[in-house]
Design a protein around this ligand. Structure first.
Ligand code: AP5
Length: 216
């Protein structure tokens, strides 16, 4: 099963994709995580992407399309994947269609997590992650049980993303409304777009998503 999760920054795409991965063994493909790993490893792609990401701007389409073409060709994706963060422009959506049709496969579900802008700012500015195991947290909505200690691995290396600051969040939201939101009508016209209320608590969103995908 191939799933595309759409929604603005902070809508919960990564949170829901990770839950599906844990519960059902699906492969999460997060372009944001891939780019951050590339920056950490000081790769040429990461070095080029960083200047855009730090400003909250989208990385150019040609880089992203090349990156995702390689990733979905890897063996672990053959049984299906969850796309989180790609496509983000109509050009990326069209390129994805071409890649999937060349592989004689398609997107089975396209799901938008709908969340108001005010809530997004609150979510992004409170987010932090365990730098050791990658578990995601939130100051208000998902705090660690013990202060500054990861619930999962016990690590204390809790980090905040460089682009989760007030100024960059504004640019990321504008990029979403101007460049990414136009892909919603693209999928609606194909009849494949489903919408879930992403304002609900995380476990409610997961229940709705699991129902929509026909999973148990
Ligand atoms: P990326 O890493 O994809 O960031 P994003 O789209 O801005 O999305 P986020 O990761 O911020 O949000 P999310 O929806 O995953 O929310 P999360 O689950 O963490 O991209 C970063 C940058 O990379 C881009 O700006 C761009 O420069 C570049 N890039 C990446 N892909 C690209 C592409 N295809 N083309 C061009 N450039 C690209 O949740 C947020 C917080 O809220 C968490 O703390 C979580 O715990 C909490 N939360 C989640 N759900 C709920 C809930 N239901 N209730 C309460 N709290 C919740």
């Amino acid at each position: 099963m191939n799933i595309l999760l759409l929604g603005p920054p902070g809508a919960g795409k990564g949170t829901q994709a990770r839950l599906l991965e844990e519960r059902y063994g699906m492969v999460q493909i997060s372009t944001g995580d891939m780019l951050r790993a590339s920056i950490k490893n000081n790769e040429p792609l990461g070095r080029e992407a960083k200047s855009y990401m730090d400003k909250g701007l989208l990385v150019p389409d040609d880089l992203m399309i090349r990156m995702i073409a390689i990733r979905i060709g890897e063996p672990d994706c053959a049984k299906g994947f969850i796309l989180d963060g790609f496509p983000r422009t109509v050009a990326q959506a069209q390129a994805l269609d071409r890649m999937l049709s060349a592989k004689k496969t398609k997107l089975n579900y396209v799901v938008e997590l709908a969340v108001d802008d005010d809530r997004l700012v609150e979510r992004i500015s409170g987010r932090f992650t365990c730098g050791d195991c990658g578990e995601g947290y939130h100051d208000m909505f998902k705090p660690t049980k013990a202060p500054s200690v990861c619930d999962i691995c016990g690590g204390t290396n809790l980090t905040r993303r460089a682009d989760d600051n007030a100024e960059t969040i504004k640019t990321r939201l504008s990029a979403y409304h101007e460049q990414t939101a136009p892909i919603l009508p693209y999928y609606k016209a194909k009849g494949s777009l489903k919408i879930i209320d992403g304002m609900a608590p995380m476990d409610h969103v997961q229940t709705k998503l699991v129902q929509l995908l026909g999973l148990k």
